[in-house]
Ligand binder design. Structure first.
Ligand SMILES: [Zn+2]
Length: 655
């Protein structure tokens, strides 16, 4: 009895401590870096100024002589930065248009001045006008296991034209705004041959790469501003004119925040996740749609990939004056896009919400290097966005559900890929900003999503889900590379299918991710010929006649297929006969020409390659089927052709 009451007391204490969050769970990440930032928003000068303490732990076995940090906001300093040179644009001419970040003090934890040891470097292009990366030579190199702590005073001027970050009037969206560590890659991590800093400049067509960090951010700003951030609000003090907010975020890769007096704030909850939505007051009609969309995405990714690991989530629907901030992700904070009038049949806001939320997984949890392998984030995330949209908003009309036009989300990306002149681009290029002829988005979004759907068609949806479950389990918070993803695919496919697809799936990735070929299969014709009886001197027994005694009504029929593209993928072929019989053939898709020949009392009526549309990469579905037309009047034939085309058009829109 006594022992029992002690147990109860211990249990009660444990429950109290858990609820009070005194007993913390183990950190999600290894927290190589951390930031404590204390700043003011000066709404007059459009600056964010203050100080920060930050640390980097040398978790490698290297002796590291320096540290490197991003000063992203300097991309908006002039039209000669790498960002604006690549954009062929300008941040504007006036001082108020420009964005920049200045460091006025930089010391180590002992107060040693590091400012004289700081230099701007441009590792990507040598552009001296680009000041988006700094290198600080350490007075003493960082030995394995050392923690380098720094104190920095800085001022960030926000740019007036919001390109993801900046201000318009009294609307602020503040991202890439503080000095931020690059990623030190030890030898063997990703593609690093020897240990080195991976700290790229700010580019026009690239996103980011960061360590998972802990953020404690204190912001002082005028009271009338409504704010949101990627952190959990820890405290709020208000002295009437100004207020001070403190947020904490754990194990996220970026910290962004927004402030605008016009926001209305709504909250909801999914499982243990507190969801906050900031939206202009005149868009309250969109609130329910937005919450439903984000909860759909939470549920689907939880079921098919892995759990959402943070207890909070904030998303923002920026006002029209801040639309340049829309559609962007910062792990536990993301931005959507909608408007006051948004017809029910157009699921655009839902699509943006589902997409940007999905980045919490592929940019936030897995956190691959977007500078170097953007497809691992944007392409993989687009694939899941399309699956989520078509799952919750109808497989035939996930994106547009109008009585006159229905478009699935998957088909919209597929059509963009198959109709694009850039469809032959290799998905895995050296660097995001080096994609030729503006092919970055085709490569990182639509082509990758389309080959991921194709892979799903080949190995099956449940195996694909298991691939992602394993990818998440093995690589969450560990920055996987493309090779790591392929290794997971190979292991899971082999475990579930043996050698049905060969010893590995590299043949698939060589052609799709690393290849520039297109996939196009065609039914080139049907041949139905009466059986050709042997004539003349018969030297052997007619084996066919033995099997099919009534040779007068016997046919030799052939389905003639062709591989037009260079990509070789296994395809199903459905052959339909005049008597209603059907045969489903498997073709490995390797030969240029392939015939399926049959003998019997039946003719072929039509042939379809890939009848279930598994091979989304096939750039032309029109030539995938062939129907032998019965003799009819020409007008009848013309009407049939038009009807067939309309039917085809709708079928591609519905896929
Ligand atoms: Zn995206």
């Amino acid at each position: 009895m006594k022992r029992f009451s002690i147990c109860l007391i211990i249990l009660a204490i444990f429950i109290y401590l858990s609820n009070a969050q005194i007993i913390n769970k183990l950190p999600l990440s290894d927290r190589v870096t951390g930031y404590r930032i204390d700043v003011n928003l000066d709404t007059g000068s459009k600056t964010v100024n203050g100080n920060m303490e930050a640390f980097w732990v040398n978790k490698s076995s290297d002796t590291v002589p320096d540290i490197r940090m991003h000063l992203y906001m300097n991309a908006f300093r002039s039209n000669r930065t790498t960002y604006y040179t690549e954009m062929r644009g300008s941040p504007g001419n006036k001082d108020s248009d420009l964005g920049w970040i200045e460091i006025s003090s930089f010391t180590d934890e002992n107060g040693v001045d590091l400012l004289p040891l700081m230099e701007y470097i441009s590792p990507d292009d040598g552009n001296k006008e680009d000041k988006t990366v700094i290198r600080i030579l350490l007075p003493e190199p960082a030995m394995p296991g050392d923690t380098i702590s720094v104190k920095i005073d800085f001022e960030t001027k926000l740019a007036s034209r919001i390109r993801r970050t900046g201000f318009t009037d009294d609307f602020y969206f503040v991202a890439q705004w503080f000095p931020k560590f690059g990623v030190y890659e030890a030898a063997g991590m990703r593609y690093a041959v020897k240990g080195a800093w991976n700290c790229h400049q700010f580019h026009a067509t690239s996103e980011f790469y960061s360590n998972h960090s802990v953020y404690d951010v204190t912001l002082n700003l005028p009271t009338e501003y409504v704010t949101g951030s990627g952190g959990k609000l820890i405290s709020e003090k208000d002295d009437g004119e100004m207020k001070t907010l403190t947020w904490r975020a754990e194990d996220i890769v970026d910290f962004a925040w927004t402030a605008w007096p016009g926001y209305s704030v709504f909250t909801d909850r999914w499982k243990n996740v507190d969801i906050t939505l900031l939206i202009p007051g005149n868009r309250v009609k969109q609130v329910e749609r937005q919450f439903t969309a984000v909860k759909n995405a939470l549920e689907y990714l939880d079921q098919n990939v892995g759990p959402y690991p943070w207890p909070h989530l904030t998303f923002v629907d920026p006002p029209s004056i801040g639309s340049g901030a829309g559609g962007m992700e910062y792990t536990t904070l993301f931005t959507s896009a909608s408007s006051t009038i948004m017809p029910d049949w157009l699921h655009m806001p839902e699509m943006v919400t589902v997409h940007e939320f999905g980045h919490a997984y592929f940019m936030g949890i897995l956190a691959s290097n977007e500078f170097e392998e953007p497809w691992l984030d944007e392409g993989v995330n687009s694939y899941w966005e399309e699956r989520i949209m078509d799952n919750y908003y109808s497989s035939k009309s996930g994106l547009i559900n109008h009585r006159l036009l229905k478009v699935s989300d998957k088909s919209s990306a597929r059509i963009a890929y198959t109709r694009s002149p850039a469809r032959q681009v290799v998905s895995n290029n050296e660097y995001s900003w080096k994609y030729p002829h503006g092919t970055y988005s085709m490569m990182s979004y639509q082509k990758t999503a389309t080959w991921l759907h194709t892979l799903t068609g080949i190995i099956g949806e449940e195996t694909m889900n298991n691939v992602f479950r394993e990818y998440y389990r093995k690589w969450a918070f560990r920055h996987p590379s493309g090779k790591d993803f392929i290794d997971v695919v190979n292991v899971v496919v082999r475990m579930e299918h043996g050698d049905r697809f060969g010893s590995d799936m590299n043949w698939f990735f060589d052609q799709t991710l690393y290849g520039s070929g297109i996939c196009d299969y065609k039914v080139s014709g049907i041949s139905n010929r009466k059986y050709h009886k042997p004539e003349g001197k018969a030297d052997s027994v007619d084996a066919v006649a033995m099997e099919w005694p009534n040779t007068d009504s016997l046919y030799t029929v052939v389905a003639m297929l062709e591989r037009i593209g260079d990509v070789m993928l296994p395809v199903d072929v459905l052959i339909h006969f005049t008597n209603g019989d059907e045969i489903l053939e498997k073709w490995d898709g390797k030969e240029r020409y392939k015939d399926f020949t049959y003998t019997g009392y039946r003719e072929i009526e039509w042939v379809k390659i890939d009848p279930e549309f598994r091979i989304a990469m096939d750039v032309n579905y029109i030539n995938n089927s062939f129907t032998l037309e019965p003799q009819r009047a020409p007008l009848h034939r013309l009407v049939n052709r038009i009807l067939a085309f309309i039917q085809f058009f709708f079928s591609i829109m519905l896929l």
